[in-house]
Write a protein that binds this ligand. Structure first.
Ligand SMILES: Cc1ncc(COP(=O)(O)O)c(C=O)c1O
Length: 414
């Protein structure tokens, strides 16, 4: 066998539909200014797929800060990994600002959230430690755990009874190994928009000895009175030991950070392989992040606008009889019953007949027979966008119920 043989025979669960989907359902190309309306395949569409929650992607001040930093520093500086030759006082300044914003004494930058999380996990645990994690954890958490040599116990999504059982099991095990327990959950679950049950999880700290790490990729900038995240929203910040946020969503940038106790952050700084062995964030990312953070901190109007859109969209969809599950965040899933071919027919209909572009999620990410159309409201949407979309979804729901969609996989590209 040639290792490349599989590339033709087995494209994997996502690649399986590549020939029919690429360019339309997968790897679509959105063109034009990042905003509520963008061009897709030559036509202007209403876009509900960008995690540009606060609308900062195209904010003039942000664009100016990005451009000025690029003009002054270029994209090369600093060269090398931070440990070797790529550190600057500006990286440290941004870390201090991030730490203060999320109410922690220290923070460390990560080049990408995904890689950063992998290394946070793999650096923190050794073979004597046990990880207990939520079954719907993001891929970066799963992949971080793949590098863990010790045991890991999963609990069904937000099932607190089960978490209690797993913690009991983990406690017995670490009594033998001499290790510790790390619980990992998310602040906001990015597919369904529901929140990690932080109040109950943190309560279990009275019963068991564990450290808690939360991935708040979707909560940072959107949740809590000051936008500082889901732990702020629940008022449990002092019980969350490590807080992870990314710049890829509310901040509309690149990069991420981990915040917590200074001794743990210092340990991570010296032990996260994806950061030690990779180039430091370039200056435009650093200065760009500082500007975004300033807007998060000082201009609550972006978050207020976001939530006006979120409330209008979610209320309207619920009133129209659509199932949006248990979302308590901006992420708005519309759950319909149907097959993968139905999902392609609906997405095609929305895109071509209503000019609405949203992401589609099917089995194995959601149970068989469920179609999840994920809408991401942002501060760049308008109430007219919301009304238009609710009406379109009402019509789509009716068509699905009346079996008006064809039974075959709808190929988007003709
Ligand atoms: C829950 C969660 N964690 C981590 C990441 C990875 O972040 P990044 O895009 O900065 O690599 C994402 C998003 O992409 C995410 O949704």
């Amino acid at each position: 066998m040639d290792v490349f043989d599989k590339c033709e025979v087995n494209m994997g669960p996502l690649g399986e539909h590549a020939d029919q989907s690429e360019g339309y359902y997968m790897f679509p190309k959105l063109e034009g200014e990042l905003s509520n309306k963008m061009m897709f395949m030559g036509k202007k569409r209403l876009i509900w797929s960008l995690n540009n929650y606060l609308g900062l992607a195209n904010n003039p001040e942000v664009r100016k800060a990005d451009a000025e930093a690029a003009a002054k520093w270029g994209l090369a500086y600093p060269m090398g990994a931070r440990m070797m030759s790529g550190d600057t006082k500006y990286h440290e300044e941004l870390e201090a600002q991030l730490a203060s914003f999320v109410g922690r004494p220290a923070a460390y930058l990560l080049n990408y959230g995904y890689q950063g999380m992998v290394s946070v996990i793999s650096a923190l645990v050794n073979r004597n430690d046990v990880i207990v994690y939520d079954s719907e954890a993001h891929a970066c958490i799963i992949d971080g755990m793949r590098l863990h040599f010790g045991k890991r116990f999963v609990f069904p999504h937000n099932d607190m009874e089960n978490l209690d059982k797993e913690l009991e099991r983990a406690t017995k095990l670490v009594e033998k190994t001499g290790g510790g327990i790390l619980v990992i959950t998310e602040g906001v679950y990015g597919m369904a928009g529901d929140l990690g049950n932080l109040p109950e999880i943190t309560k279990l700290k009275d019963k068991y000895n564990f450290r808690l790490l939360i991935d708040d990729a979707h909560g940072f900038g959107t949740m809590g009175p000051s936008g500082a995240g889901t732990d702020e929203h629940f008022g449990v910040r002092d019980k969350v030991d490590l807080y992870f946020g990314t710049f890829a969503k509310s901040m509309a940038g690149i990069g991420a950070f981990i915040a917590g106790d200074p001794k743990v952050i210092k340990f991570l700084k010296y032990n996260m392989r994806s950061q030690i062995f990779a180039k430091s964030l370039p200056m435009p990312m650093v200065f760009g992040a500082m500007k975004r953070l300033e807007l998060l901190r000082e201009e609550p109007s972006h978050r207020e606008k976001l939530w006006t859109i979120v409330h209008a969209l979610q209320k309207g969809l619920r009133e129209a009889g659509l199932n949006i599950g248990n979302t308590a965040s901006p992420v708005t899933p519309v759950m319909l019953n149907g097959t993968i071919p139905d999902a392609t027919q609906i997405t095609y209909d929305l895109r071509e007949n209503y000019d609405i572009f949203c992401s589609i999620v099917v089995y194995p990410v959601v149970p068989k027979g469920t179609i999840l159309l994920r809408l991401i409201p942002t501060a760049s949407h308008t109430l007219e966008d919301v009304e238009y979309t609710i009406n379109a979804f009402k019509e789509v729901k009716k068509k699905l119920e009346n079996n008006e969609y064809g039974k075959e996989f709808k190929i988007g590209i003709s």
